[in-house]
Design a protein around this ligand. Structure first.
Ligand code: PGA
Length: 252
């Protein structure tokens, strides 16, 4: 299996001032773990402080979103080059909260993913069904459509820089985690979808699970065949709790 990737999505939490104390605490707590890739996505305003606070640690930085445009008259937007200059290696695209509140479509998700890949960054592309989708037995159909739409135009060669996050919307911030078996069922389908799109390269794309991942359920989720990491919201806001999720993904 490829190296697991555990990412923190702070959402609209953690100011630059708070980041200054969070960063060294997380860096110290995961310093001895080298078989897990650790990524933190602070709000844009806290990224620079995070970079300084993580110092020489192996923790990677991510944007929570990015513009598909290179520069220009796009008030409020942040470009790939701006994130890269601050040291970001990744950016999350297509998070369900952006799909819901900002009307983000699969076409924009794909444009953003392509802009990141062209700019030497790695997209974390989020997919996931709503509770209504699940109740109507449409989970795999919805997730496959998001995958095909959100990854449109991505080549098999570029797929090696891709991360996909499966986040059932009904599990985000609700304390209701998908059971490991139920998550694996969708992850297996996502894996097949990636192989259909990218051939062999689809086998190596890391697929994160997200939705109420906590220190006490992380190990069971990580033990599933096609779960290669986690995207963690609420439980990432405390460095000790995020570090114990990272530890659950480590084989040491
Ligand atoms: P949660 O958020 O861990 O708070 O459920 C996950 C996410 O939205 O990425």
């Amino acid at each position: 299996m490829s190296r697991p990737i555990i990412a923190a999505n702070f959402k609209m939490n953690v100011t630059a001032g708070e980041m200054a104390s969070y960063a060294p605490r997380l860096a110290a707590a995961v310093a001895d773990i080298d078989d897990v890739e650790v990524v933190v996505a602070p709000p844009f305003t806290s990224i620079d402080r995070a970079a300084r606070g993580f110092g020489n640690s192996a923790i990677r930085l991510a944007g929570q979103d990015v513009s598909e445009q290179p520069h220009g008259a796009f008030t409020g937007e942040v470009s790939v080059a701006m994130l890269r200059e601050l040291g970001c290696r990744y950016a999350i695209v297509g998070h369900s909260e952006r799909r819901l509140h900002e009307g983000e479509t699969d076409a924009r998700v794909s444009a953003k993913a392509l802009a990141l890949l062209a700019g030497g960054m790695r997209p974390i592309v989020c997919v996931g069904e709503s509770l209504a989708d699940r109740e109507q037995d449409r989970t795999l159909e919805v997730v496959n459509a998001q995958l095909r739409g959100g990854l449109a135009g991505v080549s098999a060669d570029q797929a090696r820089d891709l991360v996909v996050a499966y986040e059932p919307i009904w599990a985000i911030g609700t304390g209701r985690t998908a059971t490991p078996e139920l998550a694996q069922e969708v992850h297996g389908a996502v894996r097949e979808g990636l192989q259909a799109l990218f051939g062999d390269a689809g086998t190596d794309v890391r697929i994160q699970y997200g939705g109420s991942v906590k220190p006490d359920n992380a190990a069971a989720l990580m033990a599933q065949r096609d779960i290669d990491g986690a995207l963690v919201g609420g439980a990432s806001l405390d460095p000790a709790s995020f570090a114990s999720i990272v530890r659950a993904a480590s084989s040491r």
